[in-house]
Design a protein around this ligand. Structure first.
Ligand SMILES: Cc1cc2nc3c(=O)[nH]c(=O)nc-3n(C[C@H](O)[C@H](O)[C@H](O)COP(=O)(O)OP(=O)(O)OC[C@H]3O[C@@H](n4cnc5c(N)ncnc54)[C@H](O)[C@@H]3O)c2cc1C
Length: 417
């Protein structure tokens, strides 16, 4: 595939941009592949890319029931950070953060990673203790995270109201300067283009309706609405629909699927230089390059597979945003939408082999998997290629819910996720 460069852009500008080729091909599915990946979100496409690039496996199909990037990858609020509490989490999220740094160059595709800083607001003594514990734990793992006074927090984010009369007064903040955002669609497109360039088949509008097994129990392939496709290895990377797919192979998952919503305002001039999260009040906000305020809510309280959520959830979020940032009170909201997130009991992901030989699963990212995309895809590719986990994802097993060796980021955050 032709390399994107300043010369290519200049050449195409001279001839009316008629020379660009399609970013990825849309082949008919073959009968057999070495590996099938179910789900063309960032994690699935990234897995295919690293399988091809780092493990030399190119006879791969990525099967997607809708359009690539149309799941949670294209619906999230794009926050990237690695300041989780436990060592296991530090390992995987910081592996991802390091890959984000060179991802545009690696893919030859501008994913617009912007390390503008993620600031988490502390409103009470409990928040302060939790954040300081995170800061110390992160530093021991070589991860940047620092404590700011309210004045320093306002200096970093001028629209922040730090008056003592605010509804939710701020007594400090934890700042990860390397945290930030990336353009989510570009992540899916960049991985798709780079994977297709290495021979990976990306097959959209192809819904997996069954996972077939050999008489010895191992994976034989999948049934789809476009026919049967064989493969010795199948990776399920289907976020909110993981339980449904794993059920097809007879594996019960410790997951609950919930709608999670986000919304954007009308575009305004650049005013908001970073990402701000308030776990206690439960709202988070950043400003996109188009100028919209990008606002995220919490999950709905009931499980569902509909990509819409309850109105009361986003109105609560807007209440919180207006209390934290009174200057936004008169802004109009332009769009809201939902995605289906797959939540584990400890709010940490599962990236592992399964009891079915040749079947692998990457799921349970819940409300926070976008940030992990490159790291997750990279170690999941290793797991599939070697039929054994990478040391970074070795702790993220299915068995931990039986053995009790949880990676309890739910308890560590000490707020509803
Ligand atoms: C509103 C919202 C805000 C979020 N904000 C953030 C954030 O700020 N930061 C962060 O880190 N994370 C965030 N997340 C979470 C993040 O989006 C996800 O964890 C991540 O994108 C999951 O990526 P994925 O590739 O695993 O899944 P997806 O992108 O959902 O891809 C899975 C794909 O599988 C396909 N599929 C499902 N069933 C089948 C089938 N039977 N056959 C074929 N294909 C199938 C789906 O169509 C889908 O395209 C947010 C999520 C939402 C919904």
């Amino acid at each position: 595939m032709r390399k994107y460069s300043v010369f290519a852009v200049a050449r195409e500008a001279m001839r009316g941009h008629r020379g660009w080729e399609a970013q990825w091909t849309s082949p008919e599915p073959r009968k057999d592949y070495d590996v099938i990946i179910i789900g063309a979100g960032g994690h699935g496409l990234g897995t295919a890319y690293y399988l091809a690039k780092e493990h030399g496996i190119t006879n791969i199909a990525v099967l997607e029931k809708g359009w690539l990037g149309g799941g949670n990858t294209g619906r999230n609020t794009t926050i990237i950070r690695s300041n989780y509490l436990y060592d296991e989490s530090a390992g995987i999220y910081d592996h991802a953060l390091k890959l984000w740094d060179g991802l545009s160059q690696d893919l030859n595709y501008n994913v617009m990673y912007s390390a503008r800083g993620v600031m988490m607001l502390s409103h009470n003594i409990h928040d302060q203790q939790v954040f300081k514990r995170h800061i110390h734990a992160n530093r021991l793992n070589g991860i940047d995270n620092e404590w700011l006074t309210p004045e320093q927090a306002q200096e970093f984010c001028p629209p922040l109201d730090i008056s003592r009369t605010a509804r939710y007064p701020i007594n400090g903040a934890a700042l990860q300067r390397r945290g930030g955002t990336a353009r989510h669609d570009a992540v899916a497109w960049g991985y798709a283009r780079a994977a297709a360039d290495r021979g990976v088949h990306i097959i959209q509008n192809c819904e997996v309706t069954g996972i077939r097994r050999n008489p010895d129990g191992s994976v034989a392939g999948v049934d789809t609405n476009r026919g049967q496709i064989n493969a010795k290895k199948v990776g399920v990377v289907a976020a909110g629909h993981t339980s449904v797919l794993m059920e097809m192979a007879g594996v019960r998952m410790p997951l609950v699927s919930y709608p999670l919503q986000a919304l954007v305002s009308e575009p305004i001039k650049p005013i908001f230089p970073c990402v701000v999260m308030s776990n206690t009040v439960h709202a988070y906000i950043s400003q996109s390059d188009k100028g919209e305020l990008v606002i995220g809510a919490g999950t709905d309280q009931y499980s569902s597979y509909s990509q819409t959520g309850g109105l009361q959830i986003i109105t609560h979020t807007l209440d919180a945003i207006c209390e934290l940032f009174p200057i936004f009170r008169r802004m109009k909201m332009m769009r809201s939408w939902g995605g289906i997130v797959d939540v584990t009991p400890d709010r940490s992901p599962i990236l592992a082999k399964t009891p079915v030989q040749g079947l692998y699963v990457n799921c349970g990212w819940g409300t926070g998997g976008f940030k992990a995309t490159p790291g997750s895809a990279n170690v999941f590719a290793h797991t599939i290629a070697n039929d054994a986990p990478h040391k970074i994802n070795a702790p993220f097993t299915l068995e931990r819910f039986r053995s009790g060796r949880l990676i309890d980021e739910a308890a560590a955050a000490a707020v509803a996720h």
